[in-house]
Design a binder for this molecule. Structure first.
Ligand SMILES: *Cc1c(COP(=O)(O)O)cnc(C)c1O
Length: 343
């Protein structure tokens, strides 16, 4: 048995999810007549209080199409310096949208409203035109940190005061929503577009939904085609998404509880220098001086536990649908048993 804590993307569809996929009515979504894709898009839009939705193969494409739809070449985008859209999408904002980027160092991935306002360029012939703010919730590189509703509201107010569009990269937004005990409908009014992944904690094999106004989604649909992301009988994937929205949201609390449990065990180890607060399902920690991340990752692999080195001395673990309490017990035992050899 392998305990795979590398990411919440490694989950396999459950038997019930597969049954929902096999039973889904399908059509050709290029003609707009896959009933399951249409149902997912409508369901997601209603859930977040937005007008329309669009199904994508990946979160990267959904984010990049949203950015393309909001901007013109030569515009500038304000992002947090460690954000996925900036750091982990292969420079897509420059490549696809021809935009310059203003990376701003936030607090564990979170931007404050005054940072948004302070980074808006003056309108003249010299500066790029600041057009868009992208925030991420939960923050991947922030170790699963999240914005509260009030913090999202404040950043949204700042963006709108400055005349900017605001996009939410909500790849793991449901992890934040369950921690905040917040209905997704509260988010619709705060953002011009929202992207959320079905392929992360929600446990689907693939898929992301982009939400926005009817007009925005109509424009985005053309860019999805241009980016090569328009699919055919994609209802088979959308069915997994509908199933996950109905059955896999509330259980994210279990992932968070298990992550905290692993975090507490790490806290007790002398070879752990610092552990970031475990706010959701991501555990991020730094190792004491003599220990390299690859040494720990290799030891854990020998115990059938997989995780990733996110820096020379930083390691990440992520809990998800396929991690059980028994697995967590095994992980804790393996951590307790680890005896680093002094360098
Ligand atoms: C995973 C992720 C995405 C999208 O990733 P894909 O692998 O392209 O689906 C976007 N933003 C964040 C914060 C993510 O963690």
């Amino acid at each position: 048995m392998v305990i795979d804590l590398r990411s919440d993307t490694v989950t396999r569809p459950t038997a019930a999810m597969k049954a929902a996929m096999m039973a889904a009515p399908l059509g050709d979504d290029v003609f707009g007549d896959d009933p399951t894709v249409n149902a997912l898009q409508q369901k997601a839009a209603d859930l977040f209080g937005m007008e329309a939705g669009l199904f994508f193969p990946t979160g990267t494409m959904s984010n990049q199409v949203a950015i393309k739809t909001h901007t013109q070449p030569g515009d500038e985008i304000i992002v947090e310096a460690s954000s996925h859209t900036y750091l982990l999408e292969s420079g897509g904002m420059a490549f696809h949208s021809g935009c310059s980027v203003r990376p701003v160092q936030g607090d564990r991935g979170r931007l404050r409203p005054e940072q948004v306002l302070a980074n808006v360029n003056m309108r003249n012939d010299h500066h790029p035109i600041t057009r868009l703010v992208v925030i991420e919730n939960t923050c991947n590189r922030g170790g699963g940190s999240f914005y509260s509703l009030e913090q999202m509201q404040a950043v949204s107010d700042a963006a709108r005061k400055a005349g900017l569009w605001i996009h939410l990269d909500g790849a793991r937004i449901f992890n934040a929503l369950v921690e905040l005990d917040l209905a997704p409908q509260r988010l619709g009014p705060l953002f011009d577009s929202i992207s959320f992944c079905l392929s992360k904690g929600l446990g689907c094999p693939a898929g992301t939904v982009l939400l926005g106004s009817t007009e925005f989604i109509l424009k985005a649909k053309r860019y999805r085609k241009l980016f090569g992301g328009t699919m055919r009988q994609s209802g088979i994937l959308a069915a997994a998404g509908i199933y996950a929205l109905d059955h896999h949201v509330q259980r994210l609390r279990d992932d968070h509880r298990r992550a905290r449990h692993i975090g507490e065990a790490l806290q007790r180890q002398s070879w752990v220098r610092t552990i970031w607060p475990v706010d959701t399902n991501i555990i991020l920690f730094e190792l004491a001086e003599s220990l390299s991340a690859t040494t720990l990752v290799r030891y854990l692999a020998s115990q059938n536990i997989l995780c990733v080195a996110t820096g020379p001395q930083q390691v990440r673990m992520v809990t998800h649908l396929d991690i059980t309490d028994d697995m967590v017990t095994h992980v804790v035992e393996a951590l307790e048993a680890f005896k680093p050899v002094a360098a």
